[in-house]
Write a protein that binds this ligand. Structure first.
Ligand SMILES: Cc1ncc(COP(=O)(O)O)c(C=O)c1O
Length: 359
């Protein structure tokens, strides 16, 4: 089973404490009423949700308003495409860059690496530490995938300086950046500028609704240079034709209802993340938002076997970092969004003291 399938299975596990999968704790979000949202969208736009639609999606204008109101970025009609989640956007983008090198950080998001291998791309995995120095091998026409905000799996957020330097290197050398902004709205500090706002000519900015609203909507807005858009649409038209009219209707209705603001409804979940941040400080873990942390107790080396034992004996589901890296280094990736602060304190105490020889 590949790592994404493994993680999808974890999302459905009934473990007492699920720190394995990066699923949004939807019970902390206001309830979605799909019928009501679709009805609102149809009433406001006159759209018919039933037929096939244009490949770029029927929410293009909504996507432009969304990035304008949330990021203060003005984009043109020919810079937007709707995809079935960011994962489809990654897959289509990799097809476009098949003849070039594609790269990402170590540790990596397996949805990128697995897809790059399936597509048959030449793939380079660059150590996250001092990664800017590792970009030397990228040339004109190559692609570098990154999450500038609260990345999966390491939780890293780029500093202002790293953002500027990264975009400068990419535009000087002529390679493209794919910024996966899936966790950007879960930042607990003030947001830094997107890579796209620094230079939209070399950045693809991917905004997923999976963590903001629900993964089942399979909806993402992709903002990209016009030069790439045409070929991406050609690919998408042979892969998924278009996003479902129904899910577009739900997302469109939700945007209308929420005046296009992506994070006003996330207060409860962000409060939980803030409370969890206080617990993490006690354990010496730096955390500024998003769903993930890397954790390594002293004298413990967590691998798949130990994670399995932790699950069977303590009901705690976790992932060894080896799922996200070519190197095993004993760390765990923990999703801290699904449990509250008391549970987090308890789970981290158990993880630190866990001795599988006892079982
Ligand atoms: C970094 C990252 N990108 C993309 C995705 C998938 O996003 P979508 O549901 O929009 O395809 C995930 C899902 O966990 C993720 O963690």
């Amino acid at each position: 089973m590949d790592s994404i399938q493994f993680l999808n299975n974890l999302a459905e596990t009934k473990a007492k404490y699920n720190l394995g999968a990066g699923v949004p704790p939807l019970e902390l979000y206001p309830q979605l009423f799909p019928d009501e949202l679709m009805t609102l969208f149809v009433k406001e736009t006159g759209a018919d949700l039933m037929p096939y639609h244009r490949t770029e999606g029927i929410l293009g204008e909504f996507a432009r308003t969304t990035i304008l109101l949330n990021e203060n970025i003005r984009v043109e009609e020919n810079q937007v495409v709707l995809t079935n989640g960011v994962q489809e956007a990654i897959f289509l983008t990799l097809q476009l860059f098949k003849g070039n090198k594609v790269a990402c950080l170590d540790p990596y998001y397996p949805g990128f690496v697995d897809a790059a291998r399936i597509v048959g791309c030449e793939l380079e995995i660059i150590k996250e530490e001092n990664f800017l120095l590792g970009l030397n091998s990228l040339k004109k026409g190559d692609l570098f995938y990154i999450s500038a905000d609260n990345s999966n799996p390491s939780g890293k957020t780029l500093t202002q300086q790293e953002r500027e330097t990264l975009v400068e290197i990419a535009s000087e050398r002529g390679f493209f950046l794919f910024d996966d902004s899936t966790y950007r709205e879960f930042n607990l500090e003030s947001k830094l500028p997107t890579l796209f706002s620094i230079n939209p000519k070399c950045v693809i900015h991917a905004l997923s609704f999976s963590k903001i609203l629900a993964p089942g909507l399979r909806t993402a807005f992709l903002y990209l240079p016009e030069a790439l858009r045409k070929s991406l649409l050609k690919l998408k038209s042979s892969v998924s034709l278009n996003n479902s009219g129904f899910t577009q209707g739900i997302v469109g209705g939700w945007l209308l209802k929420n005046e296009f603001i992506l994070s006003n409804h996330l207060g409860i979940i962000k409060n939980r993340l803030r409370e969890n941040q206080k617990v993490l400080v006690k354990f010496g873990v730096e955390y500024s938002g998003g769903f993930f942390i890397l954790f390594k107790p002293k004298n413990q080396f967590y691998n798949m076997k130990l994670c399995n034992s932790l699950l069977l004996n303590q009901g705690i589901s976790t992932c060894p970092l080896s799922l996200f890296s070519p190197h095993e280094n004993g760390h765990l990736r923990l999703c801290i969004a699904n449990i509250n602060e008391q549970q987090l304190q308890k789970v981290l105490d158990i993880i630190i003291n866990f001795d599988y020889h006892e079982y």
